[in-house]
Write a protein that binds this ligand. Structure first.
Ligand SMILES: Cc1cc2nc3c(=O)[nH]c(=O)nc-3n(C[C@H](O)[C@H](O)[C@H](O)COP(=O)(O)O)c2cc1C
Length: 399
């Protein structure tokens, strides 16, 4: 199977696994500690079914949503994934191009291989930037100045990783800084010649486009990585957030909020949007599942700012369920990463197209002409007897 023949995100997952050395594929897949959150995120959508209204004219359908005064063609965007350019050369620019083509946002990770200026040149009106704040506020300020100068209007701050995550799979593989690659891992990598050839042709270990300017002069990729690590994750408290709010003139989005009290506090501080997230299971295994935290966070901010969601989205129907449960927008992390790894530009475009097609088909199947019309009345529970264990979702509380 080639990426062009993929029918589902699961197909792209299979292809990506085949192309990447195991140590790198594990780095995409890994969670922390017992790695329960990733599977639970994916399974959370299965608790719901979409309640159809048949015999509705659905010949015209609208998947678009308006966010921050701007309309996007789909209800989903591409979330930040650090070091994507290590998994596929130029992945950041490729994902930006997919976002441009599909008219959806792309959040460039603060740990990207590409320079934000270069990615902004590809898709200036679709790029959001995810800031890894530095311990030195002058560095954070300079990165904000650069991305703002490149035209970025939305800054995303991730708040759910105050200390490094305990990703045991990566540590066992020797994929933790400093790198300690075992011979068996290197030999396994050689069984993925497509990736190895691209890696060598592109000059080997890539650098970090947001951070290279601040590392000591002459620092190579490994030293830039160490320098980044010495600054991040920086502990962020509410005072830091208030300072950033004062510094950043554009929209400020907090990613990783799950507690309704935090959501209220963020709103009071002037935050413009929230992404309910558990970092795709990559921060701390015991964090709640975003889909189940969503209704309470949504209720806490009372419709004053958009509440978005990520984590575990592999089907268009997952997106519809999230929107029906109150999400004003959703993001995918691994789904598009599998696509870009599996087939470069065609694979990334393919991942977006698969989700878009499933959203569109899903809308028709349930008799809902527009994603913007979805609310909890379109939901029912898979096992009605389990109602007591799931969050309330009557239309009044959710929207
Ligand atoms: C390989 C990889 C790298 C990631 N890097 C970042 C990052 O740099 N910053 C961040 O806020 N989230 C990062 N995330 C988390 C994603 O933005 C997102 O929250 C998560 O992937 C959503 O879950 P999903 O992969 O199941 O869609 C990363 C996720 C993956 C898989």
């Amino acid at each position: 199977m080639r990426a062009a023949d993929a029918l589902s995100i699961a197909d792209l997952h299979t292809l990506a696994k085949r192309r990447l050395p195991r140590i790198l594929f594990d780095c995409i897949e890994s969670g922390t500690e017992d790695e329960t959150a990733l599977a639970l995120n994916e399974a959370s959508f299965g608790h719901y079914r979409l309640m159809p209204r048949h015999l509705v004219d659905v010949r015209r359908r609208d998947a678009g949503l308006t966010l921050f005064g701007r309309r996007y063609a789909q209800p989903f965007g591409i979330g930040p994934t650090g070091f994507a350019g290590l998994f596929r050369v130029d992945a950041d620019a490729i994902l930006a191009r997919s976002a441009l083509t599909a008219d959806i946002p792309f959040v460039l990770s603060g740990a990207s291989v590409a320079r934000p200026e270069a990615v902004a040149a590809v898709a200036p009106a679709h790029l959001w930037y995810h800031l890894y704040a530095a311990r030195d506020p002058a560095i954070s300020a300079d990165i904000m100045r650069r991305v703002s100068g490149a035209g970025v209007e939305v800054l995303v701050l991730t708040v759910d990783n105050p200390v490094p995550a305990k990703r045991e799979r990566d540590i066992r593989n020797g994929f933790a800084l400093p790198l300690r690659l075992k011979p068996s891992i290197l030999l396994e990598a050689l069984t993925h010649p497509g990736w190895v050839i691209d890696y060598l042709r592109s000059g080997g270990l890539p650098g970090m486009g947001s951070w290279a300017d601040y590392a000591p002069p002459g620092a190579g990729p490994a030293e830039i990585g160490q320098f980044f690590r010495s600054h991040s994750p920086s502990i962020q408290d509410w005072d830091d957030l208030a300072r950033m709010r004062a510094q950043w003139r554009g929209r400020l989005v907090l990613k990783g909020i799950q507690n309704p009290d935090d959501a209220r506090r963020a709103l009071a501080l002037g935050v413009d949007g929230i992404i309910v997230s558990n970092h795709g299971g990559k921060a701390y295994d015991m964090l709640p599942l975003p889909l189940f935290s969503l209704p309470a966070v949504k209720a806490a901010v009372g419709g004053r700012i958009p509440v978005m969601l990520d984590g575990g989205i592999r089907r268009g129907s997952d997106i519809l369920v999230a929107c029906a449960l109150g999400a004003d927008f959703v993001f995918v992390g691994r789904a598009t990463l599998y696509g870009v790894v599996a087939g470069g530009q065609a694979g990334a475009d393919g991942a977006v197209a698969i989700l878009a097609d499933e959203v569109d088909r899903g809308l028709a199947m349930i008799g809902c002409p527009a994603v913007a019309d979805l609310d909890a009345r379109w939901l029912t529970q898979t096992h009605p007897g389990s109602a007591a264990t799931l969050p309330p979702f009557d239309a009044e509380t959710v929207r």
